[in-house]
Design a protein. Sequence first.
Length: 362
Amino acid sequence: MINFKITLLSLNMVFIGSCNSSDSDNYNVAENSDSNPDPIEVSDCSQEVGIHKIICLADAFMASLDDEQRSVVLKSYSVSEAKRWSNYPAGVYRNRVGLSFGEMTTEQIGYAKALLAETAGSRENEGWDELQQLMNADELLLMNGGSYGYGAASYHIALLGRPATTGTFEIQFGGHHMAFANTYTDGVLVSGTPSFRGVEPFSEFTYNGVVNQPLLQENDAFSTMLKALSTEELAIAEMDSAIRDIQAGPQRDNHFPSTAGLKCSVLTTHQKDLVIAAIETYVYDINDTAAEALIAIYANELNDTYIAYSGSTDLTNRNDYVRIDGPSVWIEYSCQSGINFPNETHPHSVWRDKSRDYGGNN
């Protein structure tokens, strides 16, 4: 195994890796604090809770911006603006709504992250923790020769409608391998979709002394779900041909393929629990109260939900693919060829809700 080390002083990063991928490979990167700082502590909002804290943090973030920046971040709510998201890096997709971290000061980014951390889920390796790890991974790609708009500086935040207890607004955040979109109506979170997650490298890496592997839980949950099926059940769930990428990604709203695979009504209670466990790794990216309400809906619809896959049940090889397709829920997980790390695959994944994407306004 050939090891190499690259230091980029201008980005204050160090990468240590190997030319081959294995469970023992380790990638390390030191923090680029200018564009990827921690969330700031907003003491003025510390006594607020729920929607009132979100409004307080949004106001604090907006107050940190100048007039020109505010005009870019704050837009009137519309579905056409909400649809301006992608998993591609900024150098490829140039139509994202909002202001990039690269156009902000470190303090302003800290305020933006404080807002995002409050609106996302709080579970370990889900919600805000997962979003931060995905940005860390993109910092690694930037350092490792990425030239197409990689890195936290290329992530955008937008407020589509001013956060308030009445009316509709969306907090949208995204960049390479990420789309986060929380839509609120009259102060209640009504949708966390479309929601995209991807990562390269998939394998474990260290950022600023902290181990990252943001999509490990999703991968493990899906693999465990598939491996719990019998040989006969796997044969029914297996798709007729390989699926090479997600089917309902950006700019493919309401493009859900025909139902295929194994109907969950035939599963045992244990197998059904594993399907719900896989769903939870996506839904708990939003706050716990809203997540639990959605999971209850998806569980209610489980007997009319289908699971399907192609490739292997390990979900570690190129073109391995799995999906959950219900009356409401749609989740896909697809293994892609490595780009910056060509000796390992990297996942693309999307969670959609057929009734609730964009707050049900689609």
